[in-house]
Design a protein around this ligand. Structure first.
Ligand code: DCP
Ligand code: MG
Length: 388
């Protein structure tokens, strides 16, 4: 077998969790287009279609070369007919009519703007659009009934739609570490989500918190939230009990203790140099007195000494920490593919709490992500290569 000189030959495994997907890749011009179609399918609640486009895009992200002709796609998995048609048009004409008309459609733009409001999901956005709403200010103008989350979402819309920088994420890490260590010393705090995968910016900052002594983490979240609130760091927070028990995960449904897995959706008030940001300024500096480790990069609104940032806090019992870490690191497609691999190829059921082996009819323990990959018969993929 030989491949022609200008046709790179490269094999790509079919599940995203079997491949290494770096953050920066060679086919952004194609993946962005496919992801517009994926997003549009999500707005139409067509999950199958959305996943198909996301899988196609993800395959292109894993290629070590830029696709220049259709031949470059030979033998690649997951590229459906529709995706191939879109790719072909972009390669030949520079753009895809379907993608461009989607991008420009009033419905897509309204859905994007409305779902961009924290607390507004696809359903409400769609209802709004049908009633003639096009942008977040229409929610106010037309006197829509908004819940607390949505009210905060509208109030902090501009801040929350400005990407969170790595530096801001680190500043928030310091606040969270201080908070957690004052309510439960010895806790372990991990920055998860996109930042753990090496992203330079994110839409929020995700944390996973645990303690080696199983059980002592119980009741941590309310104390943590209290501390943060008292110090003036919270603009909004909603703590929810884990809804995992209600999920349709079948046999992997966890034992009862798992509803203790709590999550707090919050909006932080990240200070710059005002008094309430002393925590930010004190930590990480060797007390030069005028440290500006947060200044400059985060001040984008002249005159404002703080900005709002979405922060997700999750507390996990130590025995589930590896699963929670894996589950909260993402990407979303990588997670989805891990679960699909577990189910379809291994007869196992994976969640952020546990891994259940249906054949052996037992839960498989793991103390690290590496052990979970091993249980699943997968090569370990480090976080920075899970950008599927
Ligand atoms: N996650 C998931 N499924 C969800 C929500 C979250 O698998 N429905 C996991 C995978 C995500 C992680 O949690 O990577 C954090 O979710 P985010 O929405 O914060 O996504 P990221 O952190 O990956 O990206 P962003 O930069 O948009 O925050
Ligand atoms: Mg995130």
């Amino acid at each position: 077998l030989k491949s022609s000189e200008d046709t790179p030959s490269f094999t790509v495994k079919s599940y995203a969790c079997q491949r290494r997907t770096p953050l920066k890749h060679h086919n952004t011009f194609l993946t962005e287009a496919l992801e517009i179609l994926a997003e549009n399918a999500e707005f139409g609640e067509n999950e199958g279609r959305s996943v198909a486009f996301r899988r196609s895009a993800s395959v292109l992200k894993a290629l070590p070369y830029a696709v220049r002709q259709m031949d470059d796609l030979k033998n690649l998995p997951c590229l459906g007919e529709h995706s191939q048609r879109v790719i072909k048009e972009i390669l030949e004409d520079g753009s895809s009519r379907e993608v461009e008309s989607t991008r420009q459609s009033a419905q897509f733009q309204a859905m994007k703007a409305l779902t961009g409001v924290f607390g507004v999901g696809v359903r409400s956005a769609d209802r709004g659009f049908r009633e003639g709403l096009l942008c977040p200010s229409d929610l106010i103008r037309t006197g829509q009934k908004l819940n607390k989350a949505q009210q905060a979402g509208v109030q902090y819309y501009d801040d929350l739609n400005r990407p969170v920088t790595k530096q801001e994420a680190l500043a928030i890490s310091q606040i969270v570490e201080r908070a957690v260590n004052s309510v439960l010393p010895g806790s372990i705090i991990t920055l998860t989500g996109g930042f753990r995968r090496g992203k330079e910016v994110g839409h929020d900052v995700d944390f996973l918190i645990t303690h080696e002594e199983e059980g002592v983490e119980e009741g941590l979240m309310p104390k943590l939230v209290n501390w943060l609130d008292e110090q003036g760091f919270l603009l909004y927070q909603k703590t929810t009990r884990n809804s995992y028990l209600e999920s349709k995960d079948g046999p992997a449904r966890p034992p009862n203790n798992m509803d203790r897995f709590e999550r707090c959706f919050s909006i932080f008030k990240l200070g710059q140099c005002s008094e309430d940001s002393s925590a930010v300024l004190e930590t990480g500096s060797d007390d030069s007195g005028t440290t500006d480790n947060v200044n400059g990069t985060t001040r984008q609104q002249p005159g404002s000494s703080w900005r709002a940032v979405r922060v997700d806090l999750v507390v996990s019992p130590f025995s589930q920490f590896a699963f929670a870490t894996l589950g909260w690191t993402g990407s979303k497609l990588f997670e989805r593919e891990l679960r699909r691999w577990a189910g379809q190829e291994k007869g196992m059921s994976l969640s952020s709490h546990a891994l259940y082996d249906s054949k052996q009819q037992r839960y498989l323990r793991a103390n690290s992500e590496e052990e979970i990959f091993a249980h699943l018969g997968l090569e370990f993929i480090p976080p920075c290569e899970r950008n599927s």
